[in-house]
Design a protein around this ligand. Structure first.
Ligand SMILES: [Zn+2]
Length: 121
């Protein structure tokens, strides 16, 4: 699951102009998924129930690029079935799993002094 750090000099940071932040990159074409609404995450159905779970693949969604279908076809070629979910849901599930004892975590983005943003409870 490619997640890369990208420096954006247009964003205000705590120590001046610019912030490095993680972005999703498509496992099929290698390009950044600019808008989560245009992305999905895919995994091998059934393997998620195995000890240790299974890898997640990030893809551009839709037929135009063919990324989603290509990743599903690769899993099928290995004799696996693919499951997928909207990429917009990914951060909430991940945040919940990172802080499992706080089911009431809110996912609001807030402004901090200096212009950085983050989540708070
Ligand atoms: Zn792609």
């Amino acid at each position: 699951m490619p997640i890369r750090m990208v420096f954006d000099k247009t964003l205000p940071g705590l120590f001046g102009q610019g912030v490095s932040s993680p972005v999703f990159v498509c496992d099929a074409c290698g390009e950044r998924v600019e808008n989560a609404r245009m992305g999905a995450y895919v995994w091998a159905r059934g393997r998620d129930a195995e000890p240790g779970g299974t890898d997640v693949l990030i893809v551009h969604k839709g037929r135009e690029r063919g990324c989603h279908r290509a990743v599903e076809a690769a899993l099928e070629a290995e004799g696996l079935q693919a499951s997928w979910e909207e990429l917009t849901h990914f951060p909430m599930y991940l945040a919940r799993n990172m802080v499992p004892d706080t089911a009431d975590v809110r996912y609001d983005v807030v402004e901090r002094p200096g212009g950085s943003s983050g989540a708070r409870r």
